[in-house]
Design a protein. Structure first.
Length: 141
């Protein structure tokens, strides 16, 4: 049939080209997600002045944990005590979309919605870099 139109040896690679474009876009999205995870972890890496304590009652009885010796500044991100929140930051890919977040509840959300927003502020700070990685403008929210 291709010769009917004067194209000898013409082959259509549309589906393959589209698959390659989607694969490339997915790689860019994953790279942006990894970049954001690292930026969030850096934000949550500022250590709090702390002391080690052992619980004397309740669910922490006999368990060693850390307590901050001074409160964090309102408006600043939460400071690191144990590193659990920082360690929980991860991403998940689903096709061409990425989700970045944490599986801890409710601790990160309490900080984000309270006096120590960290996720949205960090995402806004690196928005231009994320756009450069993906190749288009990134809107947060």
């Amino acid at each position: 049939m291709a010769s009917d139109y004067g194209f000898a040896g013409f082959a259509w690679y549309g589906p393959k080209v589209m698959a390659d474009i989607k694969k490339s876009a997915s790689r860019g999205t994953e790279a942006a997600a990894i970049f954001l995870v690292n930026a969030l972890k850096k934000t949550l890496s500022i250590p709090a002045p702390r002391i080690a304590v052992v619980g004397v009652r309740g669910v922490r009885k006999g368990i060693r944990y850390y307590r901050a010796t001074t409160r964090a500044t309102p408006g600043a991100p939460p400071r690191k005590l144990s590193g659990d929140m920082r360690g929980s930051i991860t991403y998940r890919m689903s096709g061409e979309k990425a989700w970045v977040g944490t599986n801890l509840t409710p601790y990160p959300e309490v900080h984000e919605k309270g006096d120590h927003p960290w996720f949205r502020k960090t995402a806004e700070l690196v928005r231009k870099e994320l756009g450069a990685i993906i190749g288009k403008t990134v809107k947060i929210g």
